[in-house]
Design a protein around this ligand. Structure first.
Ligand SMILES: [Zn+2]
Length: 215
């Protein structure tokens, strides 16, 4: 089974991918991680990638396709969750050709849809205890006693610098730009499915499982 999971930052894609790995034995393939691992390995391909990146150039689609092909071979029949690739129609077509050459197909593209305004509110209100890491939210999960952590009694809290409405909006815009071109491609192929990314984590997992079990 080969699946692409699409979801904007903050929608819980990482959590869902981890659950799919555990339940279906899928291997998550992030292109960013793959490139870093390849460089670190010092392989011939890794040295080539290093040189390209040192020169400030983008790694070509061919190289990324080769890397994915290599991972498919090494996965020994295990399924994959692709993350971060493809982002353009030519990349999607190249991926299809490579998979076809291996007698495989992309089974499903699952998009976690979100209400952007609600997501911005959800992310931008997050804060956590500086001592124990317990998480809170301005609107719907404040400490029971104002300014005191429920779990450890600490009075110090922290907020991630990029968890503000402007940064979240920038990340959402980037995500929309990256996925917009490939959604119609997969919709036309009849393999695009959507889940409600604003639902709670367990419900999203159930929606994804229903999609994967019904093919
Ligand atoms: Zn605490």
């Amino acid at each position: 089974m080969i699946v692409i999971l699409l979801g904007p930052p903050g929608a819980g894609k990482g959590t869902q991918a981890k659950r799919l790995e555990e339940k279906y034995g899928l291997v998550q393939l992030s292109t960013g991680d793959m490139l870093r691992a390849e460089r670190k390995s010092g392989s011939a391909l890794g040295r080539k990638v290093q040189a390209i990146m040192d020169a400030g150039q983008l790694v070509s689609d061919d190289i990324i396709i080769d890397m994915i092909a290599d991972r498919i071979d090494r996965a020994g029949g295990k399924g994959l969750i692709l993350d971060g690739f493809p982002r353009t129609v030519p990349q999607a077509e190249a991926l299809d050709r490579m998979l076809a050459a291996k007698g495989q197909t992309l089974d499903r593209v699952i998009e976690m849809t979100v209400d952007e305004k609600a997501l911005i509110e959800r992310i931008a209100g997050r804060f956590s205890c500086a001592r124990c890491g317990a998480s809170y939210h301005d609107r719907n999960h404040r400490p029971k006693a104002e300014g005191v952590c429920d779990s450890c009694g600490s009075h110090e809290f922290t907020r991630r610098a990029d968890d503000n409405p402007e940064s979240v909006k920038t990340r959402l815009d980037a995500y929309r730009r990256q996925t917009a071109p490939i959604l119609p491609y997969y919709r036309d192929k009849g393999i695009l499915r959507q889940v409600d990314g604003m639902a709670d984590m367990d419900s999203v997992t159930r929606q994804i499982e229903t999609i994967l079990n019904s093919q």
